[in-house]
Write a protein that binds this ligand. Structure first.
Ligand code: ATP
Ligand code: MG
Length: 360
């Protein structure tokens, strides 16, 4: 009779991908124990999350993988909680230390540069603040930080404590941190990846945010390793992908979705920026790039379409004056568009919260 060994089972488990991740469950430290007696196998897994859908997917994947090992007749999967031991130390989830006092983290990403990601991040943060929330904004765009300029504080310098803790700059009701606050105008941004990461890690560790309902992160443009590493550092509650009508190429948005899936962060939806031109004198709408592209792509990809922002000179001009349109002209159609998106984003964030705490 064929007898399965612990090594056989471990080898098979090493082929099982962690739900949403590229890497396998053994490499990610999610397999705590494997026991086998005769044809009975018992596997203890420790998911890095309490999200019921992830736990269920992990359980099913482990069960069917182990069942396929020759010699195994009965499989029992035990779901344990991660321990602060060696197994947990090998897990990447540990990098995602929660930020004290920060209730939710909203990451704003885009497949390409120049689509208005920072514009959306800044105005969404202001819209969330206008709805009575305490909001922080982290400009994680290390190579081209634009938040200090957009928020009208290009020369601000954060206050530091003696222990090198950093207080955010307060502006227009938001708590702000940007790499731009730590740069001289003339210093070229030529850091390499590892330096960038250590600076961002420091931001995340050393900034005293106080109590925040939402921390909005303006990610660097693109969906490569740098962006992925960033979203791996913190427990992102939800991600938003900004696109333009020309850019709604399925592939770009898909890459953004894949990035968030890799770190098990829910995708809250797509924001389409520069969707149509709104003539300021005649108040008519012109669909320069065609209509409904973003909405169609969102439906095709199974994610929510959060809304569209018109292409209006005032959005750029107000930004250049350091008082974004949400503040400069809160009753304008552009501000109304941001406010409507903020409402959807907030309820999606709250739904994600519930998903994360439904199982302990
Ligand atoms: N809806 C809009 N209407 C008019 N101008 C806009 C709109 N959205 C963004 N802009 C302008 O387009 C330019 C690029 O926007 P922004 O800097 O927000 O893009 P980004 O995606 O963050 O770019 P980067 O890739 O450099 O980070 C800015 O000058 C901004 O003011
Ligand atoms: Mg930007």
């Amino acid at each position: 009779m064929l007898v399965a060994t612990i090594d056989d089972i471990r080898a098979r488990l090493a082929q099982v991908r962690y739900p949403g991740y590229q890497r396998d469950i053994v490499a990610l430290g999610a397999v705590r124990d494997v026991e086998v007696v005769g044809g009975r196998a018992r596997v203890t897994v420790t998911p890095g999350t309490a999200k019921p859908e992830v736990v269920a997917a992990l359980r099913t994947a482990v069960e069917s993988a182990v069942r396929s090992v020759p010699g195994v007749e009965v499989v029992e999967v035990v779901v344990g909680t991660a321990e602060h031991g060696q197994a947990a130390a090998a897990s990447p989830f540990d990098e995602r230390a929660p930020l004290p006092g920060v209730a939710r983290i909203l990451a704003v990403a885009s497949g390409k540069g120049g689509v208005g990601k920072s514009t959306v991040a800044v105005n969404l943060a202001l819209a969330l603040h206008a709805s009575g929330r305490r909001v922080g904004l982290l400009d994680a765009d290390i190579y081209g930080p634009s938040v200090p300029f957009m928020m009208g504080v290009p020369d601000a310098r954060p206050r530091m404590t003696e222990g090198h803790k950093i207080f955010p700059v307060e502006r227009h009701g938001l708590a702000l941190i940007s790499m731009g606050f730590f740069l001289d105008d003339k210093s070229p941004v030529i850091w390499r990846g590892p330096m960038v990461m250590s600076i961002v890690r420091q931001f995340l560790k050393d900034v005293i945010w106080g109590t925040l309902d939402v921390l909005v992160i303006d990610l660097p443009p693109g969906t490569g390793d740098a962006q992925l590493t960033l979203v791996q550092q913190v427990p992102v509650t939800g991600g938003v992908i900004v696109t333009t009508p020309q850019d709604v190429a399925l592939q770009d948005v898909q890459r953004g979705i894949a990035m968030f899936q890799t770190v098990n962060a829910p995708i809250l939806g797509i924001v389409e920026n520069m969707s149509y031109y709104e003539c300021p004198s005649c108040a008519t709408r012109e669909d320069v790039f065609g209509r409904e592209g973003g909405r169609r792509e969102a439906a095709a990809l199974g994610v929510e379409f959060l809304g569209e922002i018109p292409l209006v000179a005032e959005i750029r001009a107000s930004m250049d004056r350091g008082a974004p349109v949400m503040l400069a002209d809160p009753t304008s159609p552009a501000a109304a568009a941001f406010a409507a998106i903020a409402v959807k984003v907030m309820s999606a964030l709250e739904r994600s919260d519930q998903g994360a705490t439904a199982v302990s």
